[in-house]
Design a protein around this ligand. Structure first.
Ligand code: 3HC
Length: 298
């Protein structure tokens, strides 16, 4: 089985940066690669602020924090970052053509034995694996937002994925302190996001039909159903663009009008109101990330 010590995380957004931190805190040597220097600098600053809180709260020693950051490298140079890694977690933008191009490149740059995984929340491994010459060493490893906190990681087997690849990915997941949920057969959206999509669809129906406001729906989900966040609050956390593009991918796959992203979601994404990361989504947030009101539309 693949012996994993060096991990490359591609993409330094909210998911990629926290996934990389989880790996570094678990003792792996981690390279975080992104095409944007600004994004890398932002990721490192946000991770330092978040992890410093753990030190202040006495859950992590300064030495362990420094050792974890010492195992991380932030770079824009994909070729240098990929040359000696054992495992890749791709967490780039949720667009199939970008991912396929990236996987073809990673296939050329990474050592023969390296396993290439995608954190994609919607694209099945087979849509990505055939862009490489190693489809047996490709699968999905899907984390949840916020990745530093959420325990579940979906491990998704593609048509060509080998048993060794699945075993290594499941073992890595456990070594990160996460709980693997294995999909034996690939399906768009996997388990958790398929269920979440149904909740979101109904939530959008209620709002777009004028039956209830996003606040009312969120309050009902929290206080009647015991969800930690309502669907609109959660979309602000995970990014409206992420939800929109994964829904669009599903619609393009199925052609079923029921899968088409809601108009009110598309409008917000077009306007750049992407949730907490832009200060506006379904709600408005101040510079400290506190919710200050509803993002009124029209
Ligand atoms: N990043 C990292 N850590 C965070 C965080 C963030 N954005 N937000 C909160 N946390 C940490 C806090 O530091 C705190 O840690 P501590 O207890 O060790 O100090 C812990 O989470 C709890 O935070 P709070 O007390 O501030 O707030 P809550 O109790 O409300 O918890 C939450 C926050 C964990 C985000 C909780 O509200 C929750 O579980 N929400 C639902 C999240 C969810 O459903 N995620 C799945 C989304 S779907 C997805 O990811 C699919 C993908 O494909 C997009």
């Amino acid at each position: 089985m693949t012996d994993i010590s060096r991990i490359l995380v591609v993409g330094s957004g909210a998911m990629g940066s926290q996934i990389a931190m989880v790996c570094a805190l678990s003792g792996y040597e981690v390279r975080v690669q992104d095409i944007s220097d600004d994004s890398l600098a932002r990721a490192e600053a946000q991770l330092r602020a978040r992890i410093d809180r753990n030190v202040t709260k006495g859950r992590l020693t300064e030495a362990d924090r420094d050792a974890a950051f010492g195992r991380m490298t932030f770079t824009t140079d994909l070729a240098a970052a990929a040359q000696d890694v054992d495992f890749v977690i791709e967490a780039a933008i949720e667009k199939l053509d970008v991912k396929r191009e990236l996987f073809a490149r990673l296939d050329e740059l990474c050592p023969e034995h390296a396993i290439l995984t995608s954190n994609s929340s919607s694209f099945i491994p087979s849509r990505i694996a055939d862009a490489t010459t190693r489809p047996d060493r490709v699968c999905n490893m899907h984390f949840f937002n916020p990745a530093l906190v959420m325990k579940c990681v979906e491990v998704v087997r593609g048509e060509a994925t080998s048993d060794d690849t699945i075993e290594a990915t499941v073992e890595l997941t456990r070594s990160l302190g996460k709980l693997p949920v294995l999909l034996d057969k690939e399906i768009n959206g996997f388990v958790a996001n398929r269920i979440l999509t149904e909740i979101r669809r109904e939530a959008m129906f209620l709002v777009d039909g004028g039956y209830a406001s996003p606040e009312a729906v969120d309050t009902a989900c929290r206080t009647a159903l015991g969800h930690p966040m309502g669907p609109f609050e959660l979309q602000d956390l995970t990014g409206l663009d992420i939800g929109y593009y994964s829904q669009l991918g599903r619609f393009e796959d199925s052609g079923d009008p029921v899968d088409k992203p809601a108009e009110s979601l598309a409008e917000r994404v077009e306007a750049g109101h992407l949730g907490r990361k832009t200060g506006r989504g379904w709600y408005v947030y101040d510079a400290e990330g506190n919710k200050t009101g509803v993002n009124r539309w029209n």
